[in-house]
Design a protein around this ligand. Structure first.
Ligand code: ADP
Length: 158
């Protein structure tokens, strides 16, 4: 059984993240989407809200689990028995950063492999930071994030 970790900030989760996650869930037996957080660094959304929003957005994908972790991704992967780190690629800018990250993780933990999936063109420009920027300026985020996330961010509750 191949377990993949899909780590990230997901602050908030976007349709681009969901696209990568769905493809990953078709390839691997189980995908754990794990929100990385730092107790000393406050994000845009509290980590537990990010987790709840993801749970709501992925509830129909049976082999996906949602979790959070602090510290090194490879240590979390070891703990969860995962052999794959799943990451998404949009542009060559992502590639430069992801290359370094992947090689660092591999040198920290020899048994881990990073698998990259390329985003669909329609999600290429979507980022959590853009969504945050649109939101604080009272723009419409509904095309960029799952419906449950848009509802919550527009003042709804769970
Ligand atoms: P991090 O802080 O680790 O970069 P993010 O939440 O920004 O976390 O992203 C997590 C992963 O999802 C990364 O691999 C990132 O490249 C990928 N990703 C982000 N946005 C998109 C998108 N629109 N399409 C595909 N992959 C994406």
């Amino acid at each position: 059984m191949t377990i993949a970790i899909y780590p990230g900030s997901f602050d908030p989760i976007t349709n681009g993240h969901i696209d990568i996650l769905k493809s990953g869930a078709e390839i691997f037996d189980k995908v754990i989407i794990a929100v990385s957080y730092n107790i000393n660094k406050q994000g845009f959304l509290p980590v537990d809200i990010r987790v709840k929003l993801i749970e709501e957005a992925v509830k129909n994908i049976p082999n996906v689990e949602v979790d959070k972790f602090e510290g090194l991704t490879v240590e979390y992967a070891k703990k969860r028995g995962a052999s794959v780190l799943l990451r998404g690629l949009r542009t060559s800018f992502d590639f430069e950063y992801e290359l370094q990250l992947s090689q660092t993780n591999h040198s920290l933990y020899n048994d881990i492999k990073t698998v990259f999936l390329i985003t669909k063109p329609e999600y290429n420009f979507i980022s959590s930071s853009c969504v945050r920027e649109i939101l604080v300026n009272k723009g419409d985020i509904s095309n960029f994030v799952p419906q449950a996330v848009a509802e919550y961010l527009n003042g709804g509750t769970f």
